[in-house]
Design a protein around this ligand. Structure first.
Ligand code: KG4
Ligand code: ZN
Length: 340
C-alpha cells in the first residue's frame, strides 16, 4: 500500500510516499524560510501563496523519487490541524482533489501527533507509551501518549511558544532569522549565569503549563528599561549579546526540562519523545539526555530533518488507515491546537 502524505501547516510545503510497512519511498520539503527571513517571522499571506505555487511540483517530485505514479497511490493523507488556515487549506484542498480524482481514502492527521510520530518513524514501535514534548515555533505542549493514536494533552504554553520566544529575542539582539539556531550559535561564547532570567511556574510541580512571554520581556528590560526604546542591535556589545543569548537559552531549556520531568512523574512513564524545531537545540538535547539518564528513562529525539516540519511524520496516517479510520471529503481545517 502506498500513502501520499501532504504537509502545509506553516511555511514548509512537504510531501512523502510511505508504505503500510512505514517505509519511506520518497520525501520532499520545500522550505519558505528565505521568503520570510526579511520579516523576522512567517507572514501568513506569503506562506499560503507560496504553498499554492509549490504544492503540485512538490507532489510530482515526491512521486518521481518514489518511482511511482498517481494511480499507484492507495490513500492520501494530509495535516489538517493545527496551523495557519490559509496554509492548511492549500494542502487539504490538494489532498481532497487527489482522493476524489483517484477514488482513494482520505485521512486527515493532526500535525502535533505527527511530530511525536517522527520518533516512531526513526526508533520503532517501542517509543510508546511515552511522554511527548513538542517544542516548535507555534507550540510548546506536553502529552501523555499511550500509543500512536492515544494522545492526551497534559499542558501547553499560556502565551508564546518556545520557538517564538527564540525568534523574538534573536530579533531584539540583532541575530538573524530563524532565531533558534542564531541564539544557539551566539550562546556558545556566552555566560549562561550572567543574567538571572525567570523560569515561569518553576516551583509548582502541579502546574505543567509553560509561559515564555515574561522571559521575553525580561530580556527586553536588560536591553532597555521599561518605557524606553530598544537600542539599535548594531550598537550592542558582542559579549552582552552572547551572555544574554546564553542566559535566555538556559532559562528556556530549564523551564522545558523541569516541566518535562514533572510530566514523566505524573504519568509514571520512563520514555520521552521530543519533536518540533526547537528539539534541534543542542543545549536542550543535552539537558533532556541528562534528565533521562538520571531517571533511567529513554530519550527519543527525531533527527533534525524530522524535527522540523516534514511529511514523513504524516505516516501516522497509516496507523489510522490500518485501524479502519477514514475522513470524508468535507473534513475541515482548524488553526487551534485541538485537544487530541
Ligand atoms: O517545528 P518548526 O520547524 O516549525 C513550526 O511548526 O513552528 O519550528 C521552528 C522553530 C523556530 O522558532 C526556530 O527558531 C526554532 O524552531 N529552532 C530552534 C533551533 N532550530 C530551530 N530553536 C532553538 N535552537 C535551535 N537550534
Ligand atoms: Zn510543526
Amino acid at each position: 500500500m502506498y500513502v501520499l502524505t501532504i504537509e502545509t501547516t506553516c511555511d514548509e510545503t512537504a510531501a512523502a510516499v510511505v508504505t503500510d510497512q512505514l517505509e519511506v519511498r520518497g520525501a520532499v520539503v520545500a522550505s519558505q524560510a528565505r521568503l520570510h527571513e526579511q520579516f523576522g517571522g512567517v507572514v501568513p499571506e506569503i506562506a499560503s501563496r507560496a504553498h499554492v505555487e509549490r504544492i503540485v511540483p512538490v507532489i510530482d517530485e515526491t512521486l518521481r523519487k518514489a518511482g511511482i505514479g498517481l494511480t499507484d497511490l492507495d490513500a492520501i493523507a494530509v495535516a489538517h490541524t493545527p496551523g495557519l488556515v490559509g496554509s492548511l487549506l492549500v494542502g487539504v484542498t490538494a489532498a481532497k482533489s487527489l482522493a476524489l480524482a483517484l477514488d482513494v481514502p482520505l485521512v486527515a492527521v493532526n500535525h502535533l501527533q505527527a511530530h511525536i510520530y517522527a520518533c516512531r518513524m526513526t526508533d520503532g514501535p517501542g517509543v510508546f507509551p511515552c511522554v511527548g514534548l513538542i517544542v516548535s515555533g507555534g507550540h510548546t505542549n506536553l502529552y501523555r501518549c499511550d500509543g500512536p493514536l492515544g494522545f492526551e494533552l497534559l499542558a501547553s504554553t499560556i502565551d508564546d511558544a518556545a520557538g517564538e520566544a527564540f525568534d523574538k529575542v534573536a530579533s531584539m539582539l540583532g541575530l538573524p532569522y530563524p532565531g533558534g539556531p542564531s541564539i544557539q550559535r551566539a550562546a556558545a561564547t556566552g555566560d549562561p549565569t550572567r543574567f538571572d532570567l525567570p523560569r515561569a511556574f518553576a516551583h509548582d510541580p502541579q502546574r505543567l503549563a509553560f509561559s515564555f512571554s515574561g522571559l521575553k520581556t525580561a530580556v527586553r528590560y536588560q536591553l532597555a528599561p521599561p518605557g524606553s526604546k530598544l537600542p539599535d542591535p548594531a550598537t550592542l556589545e558582542p559579549q552582552l549579546v552572547a551572555d544574554l543569548a546564553a542566559s535566555f537559552q538556559e532559562a528556556v531549556v530549564d523551564a522545558l526540562a523541569t516541566k518535562t520531568a514533572h510530566a514523566l512523574d505524573r504519568c509514571a512513564m520512563s520514555t520521552l519523545c521530543v519533536g518540533g524545531g526547537v528539539a534541534a537545540n543542542a543545549r536542550l538535547r543535552e539537558r533532556l539526555q541528562e534528565l533521562c539518564e538520571r531517571r533511567g528513562a529513554r530519550l527519543h529525539v527525531a533527527p533534525l530533518a524530522l524535527c522540523t516540519d516534514n511529511a514523513v511524520m504524516g505516516a501516522i496516517a497509516v496507523e489510522r488507515l490500518l485501524a479502519g479510520e477514514r475522513d470524508s471529503l468535507d473534513v475541515g481545517v482548524s488553526p487551534a491546537p485541538e485537544r487530541l
